[in-house]
Design a protein around this ligand. Sequence first.
Ligand code: PDD
Length: 278
Amino acid sequence: SICYLDGQYLPLEQARVSPMDRGFLFGDGGYEVIPVYSRRPFRLEEHIVRLGHTLAAIGLPDPHSAAEWAAIVREIVARNDWQDQSVYLQVTRGADDKRNHAFPAEVRPTVFLMSDALVTPSVAQLESGVAAVSAADFRWLRCDLKTIALLANCLLRQQAVAQGCAETILFRDGFLTEGAASNIFIVRDGVMLTPPKSHLMLPGITYDVVLELAQRHGLAHEVREILEDEVRAADEIWMTSSTKEVLAITTLDGRPVGSGRPGPVGRQMHAWYQDFKN
Ligand code: PDD
């Protein structure tokens, strides 16, 4: 595939970054994953705005204007073969000549984009849903930033994979935060519930779309703190992300969620989402 590195488009296997890059040494950078349907980036502007928030919050000067970012994303899409793609974009605080926690005096950000075929959930996964486990959310207190320092998320996701499951649902102090790489929605008595945006979760682009769709179609919903016990007693649980879209979680820690099958509200939301993204 063709990637972008610091102003150049080149085959991915030819791209080289210094081992002194702060992304490599410190996980010092921000990123986005942008879904592309029929060669059209979905919610591109929102992803670029969120990247801007991440970079501003970590004191990394944004190397590009929104228009420039959009142009680079479109070029990567054009240069790769797939109709549906998942574009990965990251910006790090660049390389220094010494390893030093403090920022370099002069920062030259490293900008890297790559693309892959977008793999959304399979028909089988949509029909049966997926299994999840739960874990205590031991991440830091800036989960609202989309930074490339994802070790905690990797460890938490691996807990699911080690048990043959697809996602780990995270609880902090008895409340739902999100998934290891997704936001979480539940349904109780026909009402869709999800936690409010805070420093404890990533403000998902898909999360926003789902809330917009609920509003547009008049689906009863509430954005509020959700107790762990409410999740365990939910009729439906879904995970949402740019690559998973809206995916039912039908078992949690080995116990069925509601009927143990994807529920009617989630099926409806999935259908609205499919309609909306095209
Ligand atoms: N992850 N929460 C976390 C911790 C995430 O990593 C993600 C996405 C989301 C959902 O955000 P969005 O709807 O904007 O994709 C929530 C991406 C896909 C990833 O790291 O691959």
